[in-house]
Design a protein. Sequence first.
Length: 320
Amino acid sequence: MQLSDIRRLAQNVKQNIGSVIVGKEDVIDHLLIALIASGHVLLEDVPGTGKTMLAKTMAKSLRCSCKRIQFTPDLLPSDLSGINYFNQKEGEFQFRPGPLFTNILLADEINRATPRTQSSLLECMEERQVSIDGETRVLGRPFMVIATQNPVENQGTFPLPEAQLDRFLLKVRMGYPSREQGVHILKRFKQDNPLDVLESVADAADIIAAQQAYSQVSVHDDLLDYIVQLVERTRSHPDVALGASPRGSQSLLKAVQVYALLQGRDYVLPDDIKAMSKPVLAHRLLLKHATRLKENAAEAVIDQLLREMPVPTETVDRNG
């Protein structure tokens, strides 16, 4: 697959999602970036802003298997991975796969599950495999987790640990629609749900091909150094207790390559890094207690670092 084909594929999927979801172009772009970069997305906002609808619409736009699971405090790891059960008729143990064995996993209200259940996602999100009773089972491709959570309600929730957050490529906030968008939503859903008649515009083979080809987008060595400097400075910032990990810098590189591609370029610019820094890095920062209480404190830290860091000025050619 050529880079122009990936761009065309993303445009078709975005247009298809837009036939159901009103507005939210940036949010849709972020989901497509995560999909093509083989990453996962954490959708965060208050109830009723369309998080689950967006995830279901994206899954249906792709001719891939999709499973939804509602996370609750009594959910067990085996409810996700599956179990080996004894089939009396056959006289042997057989494996019954859980919802993890799918292409798109919608993990609704992920922070309502206990840490034990949340930890069961660590292996599958990073290594695309699941270990059950000592046997490792490889998940299908593509595999993407779209998780939702409500950041306001704390009763009956369990905050995601840093190791879990670090495995999400992006954290995206939906936000409320404008008044015009709100009216458009009412008109669109007044009679029927457009999701019910939505058709797929891509399949698993298209996504896999895009995931294998996007790395052709060139990145100048100066911009690689810029990414590493930014991540390193998050670790020494006075308001940050734990900065971004090397996985964070790798995630930022993947995200900016796809972002540049969606902008119509086969090479990365410094502005691409600035645009993707907060969605990729903000949720990976563990802030000190006094700073944590401030709204959007992690985003403010990254904004400050970007202002203070010198931007590479050397001409970035297409050969990287």
